[in-house]
Design a protein around this ligand. Structure first.
Ligand SMILES: Cc1cc2nc3c(=O)[nH]c(=O)nc-3n(C[C@H](O)[C@H](O)[C@H](O)COP(=O)(O)OP(=O)(O)OC[C@H]3O[C@@H](n4cnc5c(N)ncnc54)[C@H](O)[C@@H]3O)c2cc1C
Length: 416
């Protein structure tokens, strides 16, 4: 389907072709709901932003195990790589297999092809969303209007978190933030200040060292060392069920924040940072914050709150950014016409992840108050997709992991 000016009426429209949008599209297709599906993403393809991020940070492996991916059946990726005799595309770490980025890309390409989603993404952005007597209406940047029975919002809209005092440096281009960070921009033989203590900051710091720069890595807290960004207890019902049945969204929000904590890095990355520090190529400044960044000729002088001053050729803010539906432009109309409870930027959604009173379903990190701290991860995307499918099939979304099992309905990816 292509858009263009005019009015399209697909049964289901998905906004965003990232892993969350793909998980939804695959699950819908596997359960007979994909015949009349439209997907919009300005890139015109699947997982473009995801792949660009991996390329920008030169990430070789996923952080999550190989059972986490957009196919409803947990072992689909494992089996796919094995069947292609691609054991080397699974990194074995402490009893778990992590897929390589290359293997994951190959798998998702094959998945898109097998489920018939290739060429499905309309290359445009959604610019507005309204509810017209129970039917969601999308306005698209190419001038078209899309009326559908259901919309799945999978945009992962985030506002980059800029440390206080560095806003001017970002505006002036002296500091770079979020998705604009790219290791290709490493100043050859220069000095880079990387702000942030999570895995993206570690990838960028180590990547800059590998590219010939020296690095100062500035973190608010002592660097937390964890294998995954969220404790694996959250994969099972022991943690999830009490979260899902907690009536107070403020309690759920606090639990979610505590479970995610700040950024963290797996052990092997901490060891690599320590090695680079021992080699004199990197200096860790833990438990300090940058408070100012001023021009110093062609360079930038970064002031830390412990009095340290660092002169840098590049300042990279790998400080992440929250999802906040209260500032998401696509939700402007729903916020007014269908007000929902929002706690710390996250909405209280119905069990099928619909914005209350509408047929607009949210997936990804925005569904955190329903799905918990893994909502923004690959496993969370799969759970969101199951809940949405269960709701559309008239089943209980809260029992989606029991009533919706991809193993029965989804194609196995064949060996080519
Ligand atoms: C570097 C990095 C590595 C990660 N590694 C892992 C990992 O190993 N395992 C794991 O479980 N999680 C990982 N995550 C977390 C998470 O899985 C990713 O952030 C993932 O990309 C989130 O998927 P998404 O579909 O919600 O968002 P995105 O991948 O950001 O996709 C959103 C899509 O929506 C599109 N879009 C946005 N606005 C509009 C609009 N108005 N109209 C149309 N389209 C729009 C964008 O173009 C984009 O393609 C990682 C995150 C990062 C940043």
């Amino acid at each position: 389907m292509s858009a263009g000016t005019g009015c399209e009426s697909p049964r289901i429209a998905i906004v965003g072709g990232g892993p969350a949008g793909l998980a939804a599209a695959v699950a819908l297709s596997c359960h007979g709901l994909g015949d009349d599906l439209a997907v919009v993403d300005p890139s015109g393809g699947w997982l473009t932003a995801w792949r660009e991020r991996f390329a920008a940070q030169r990430i070789a492996h996923l952080r999550s195990p190989a059972v986490h991916h957009p196919h409803p059946e947990p072992f689909a990726l494992h089996r796919h790589l094995r069947e292609h005799d691609l054991d080397d595309e699974l990194l074995h770490v402490g009893g778990t297999h992590l897929p390589t980025a290359v293997g994951f890309d190959r798998f998702t390409d094959d998945l898109v092809g097998e489920v018939g989603l290739g060429g499905h993404v309309i290359p445009t952005a959604a610019t507005a969303l309204a509810d017209d007597r129970g039917r969601p209406v999308l306005r698209l940047a190419d001038g078209a209007t899309m009326r559908s029975d259901h919309v799945v919002l999978a945009t992962n809209t985030r506002t980059p978190a800029v440390p206080a005092g560095l806003e001017g440096a970002v505006a002036a281009g002296a500091a770079t933030v979020g998705d604009r960070l790219h290791l290709d921009d490493t100043p050859d033989g220069g000095h880079v200040v990387v702000v942030g203590g999570g895995l993206s900051a570690a990838h960028l710091a180590l990547g800059a060292v590998a590219a010939g720069a020296t690095v100062s890595m500035v973190t608010r807290h002592r660097i937390a060392v964890r294998r995954y960004d969220v404790h694996p207890n959250w994969l099972g019902p022991k943690k999830r069920r009490p979260f899902e049945t907690e009536p107070d969204p403020h309690v759920r929000r606090r639990t979610l924040d505590n479970a995610r904590g700040g950024g963290s890095v797996p052990h092997r990355f901490k060891r690599a940072l320590d090695r680079a520090e021992a080699d004199g190529l990197l200096r860790l400044h833990e438990r300090v914050r940058p408070v100012d960044a001023l021009p110093a000729g062609a360079r930038t002088q970064v002031c830390l709150d412990d009095g340290t001053v660092i002169v840098a050729d590049a300042v990279w803010l790998a400080t992440g950014g929250p999802v906040d539906v209260e500032v998401d432009p696509l939700l402007t109309s729903l916020r007014t016409t269908r007000p929902a409870t929002v706690v710390g930027g996250l909405p209280e959604l119905d069990p099928d992840l619909s914005w209350p009173g509408t047929r607009v379903h949210l997936t990804g990190a925005a569904a955190g108050l329903q799905l918990g701290p893994l909502a923004g991860n690959l496993i969370g995307h799969r759970r969101a997709a199951s809940r949405i499918v269960a709701g559309l099939l008239g089943l209980d979304p809260l029992r989606a992991d029991r009533v919706i099992t991809g193993t029965q309905a989804c194609p196995q990816l064949p060996v080519r």
